[in-house]
Design a protein around this ligand. Structure first.
Ligand SMILES: N[C@@H](CCC(=O)N[C@@H](CS)C(=O)NCC(=O)O)C(=O)O
Length: 260
């Protein structure tokens, strides 16, 4: 087998855009070096990182002396370079692009409101946000016929037993907002809305994907922690690989970003 080109991913542990790409790298079992960029310490605005990504954000992948960025473009790049991100069927590939884009523009674009709610602690606002997300998600689940696939196979990912583009593009942000609500409000986001069939099938789907080994490797069960000095928040928490706790990390992140 020919050697895989060297990949270096610049990311941040609690960035769902990075998680999209890291999730795909893990699912495809690709080798990569990982460099944590301390966003709270504004390391992405330093000249050194701007030379890598002029848009001043993570993720970036360095490959063959070139830097590539933008999470959805990176997923498509990984498909071109290594395959196995999309299903084989060209129509299914196009459909995955359509509905990942739809989700990005109509669901993910709304999740950031959760930070305003974290600051205000306004639980009515939280309920409103949950309902707004659920309304878009019901439409998405119906149009993508995901509910039919989950009904037939309650363990399915988006397109069967293999993780594919929609799983990488959609699930990290969804679980990210759920995790913030769980940690900050001690509530399950989708318990705040009517659990009709579409929402129930959607929750099963999200649980299927987040139970995968590849997803856990980028969130709850990291194979290694960032190097000491790369993320001051993690350094302060003094985690070892054994004591590392994703929920405690989220709590510390929210406190540092919004309460101090
Ligand atoms: N469109 C970009 C968005 C990436 C993004 O916004 N990343 C955030 C972290 S989650 C970031 O780097 N923000 C820089 C900042 O905080 O100014 C992508 O899809 O990769």
């Amino acid at each position: 087998m020919s050697q895989q080109p060297h990949l270096k991913l610049y990311g941040n542990i609690f960035c769902p855009f990075v998680q999209r790409v890291r999730f795909a790298l893990e699912a495809l079992k690709l080798q990569y070096d990982y460099v944590e960029i301390d966003l709270l310490a504004q390391k992405h605005l330093k000249e050194e990182y701007l030379a890598i990504n002029p848009l001043a954000c993570v993720p970036t992948i360095n490959i063959n002396n070139s830097n590539i960025y933008e999470s959805l473009i990176l997923l498509q790049f990984l498909e071109e370079q290594f395959g196995n991100i999309f299903p084989q069927d060209k129509i299914k590939r196009a459909e995955q692009r359509i509905w990942a884009n739809y989700y990005d523009q109509n669901v993910i674009s709304n999740i950031w409101e959760v930070f305003q709610i974290y600051k205000s602690k306004d639980e009515e606002h939280l309920k409103k946000l949950a309902n707004k997300l659920a309304e878009e998600i019901r439409y998405w689940v119906k149009q993508t016929k995901l509910s039919e696939r989950v009904k037939l196979n309650p363990k399915t990912f988006y397109e069967g037993e293999q993780l594919t583009y929609v799983d990488f593009a959609v699930v990290p942000h969804t679980r990210y907002v759920e995790d913030i609500v769980r940690v900050a409000f001690n509530k399950q986001l989708f318990d705040l809305v009517e659990n009709d069939d579409l929402i129930r099938y959607f929750r099963t789907y999200i649980n299927n994907v987040t139970s995968s080994e590849a997803y856990n490797k980028i969130t709850h069960k990291l194979p290694s922690l960032p190097t000491h000095g790369e993320n001051s928040l993690l350094d302060n928490l003094n985690f070892t690989l054994e004591t590392y706790d994703y929920s405690k990390f989220i709590r510390a992140y929210l406190t540092k970003r919004f309460d101090s």
